[in-house]
Design a binder for this molecule. Structure first.
Ligand SMILES: NC(=O)c1ccc[n+]([C@@H]2O[C@H](COP(=O)([O-])OP(=O)(O)OC[C@H]3O[C@@H](n4cnc5c(N)ncnc54)[C@H](OP(=O)(O)O)[C@@H]3O)[C@@H](O)[C@H]2O)c1
Length: 167
């Protein structure tokens, strides 16, 4: 099973602030939905809280928490105690790819074992960010595709969809 990170990051690799995102980019939300639809999506307990504590529809939701009693409020969510357990659960779906959807703690743990990164690069620096993505080491990763978009009335920032693969 391919292990993919899917993330949106500003120019300083910032990804969040006060357990929320730093921007509103509807086409990035659509990209996330289309890319992950029908597939297992793994997230940390804080990211799950940040999406209102509700499972993402149409996907296998796997939430990582060290709290044995953590109640996700939905029977559709699998709660697991580690990244390894999340990947084992994802493998049970027989999907060809698992998506690691954050946040910072979970990306950091998954990056060394990931095969691919779907990065939405937001072309701005966001002061006040408190969670960051690790810098992509170009000795280990190559950019295999990139699509650039200019800001418009619905998107306040320029952004690019990039796909990186491990060398
Ligand atoms: N821009 C993006 O693409 C993007 C995507 C996702 C999230 N985000 C942002 O990222 C921020 C959240 O990230 P975060 O780093 O604070 O939290 P996080 O990674 O979402 O979740 C951290 C939690 O995951 C659990 N956890 C982490 N490592 C674990 C391990 N090895 N074993 C078991 N459980 C483990 C712990 O839960 P317990 O405390 O329950 O034990 C920990 O508190 C928010 O601001 C969110 O908006 C941004």
């Amino acid at each position: 099973m391919m292990i993919s990170l899917i993330v949106a990051a500003g120019l300083a690799d910032e990804i969040g602030m006060s357990n929320d995102l730093l921007w509103h980019l509807p086409n990035d939300m659509k990209f996330f939905k289309n890319t992950t639809w029908g597939m297992p999506v793994v997230m940390g307990r804080k990211t799950y809280a940040s999406i209102a504590g509700e499972p993402l529809p149409g996907r296998f939701n796997i939430v990582i928490s060290r709290q044995p009693q953590f109640d996700p409020g939905s029977e559709k969510v699998w709660v697991v105690p580690s990244l390894d357990a999340a990947l084992a659960k994802a493998a049970e779906t027989h999907c060809k790819e698992v998506f690691i959807a954050g946040g910072g703690e979970i990306y950091a743990q998954a990056m060394p074992i990931a095969d691919r990164i779907y990065l939405t690069r937001v072309h701005e620096v966001f002061p006040g960010a408190d969670v960051f993505f690790q810098e992509i080491d170009i000795r280990s990763w190559k950019l295999v595709s990139g699509l650039d978009f200019k800001k418009d009335e619905k998107h306040l920032h320029d952004f690019s969809f990039q796909v990186w693969e491990r060398i």
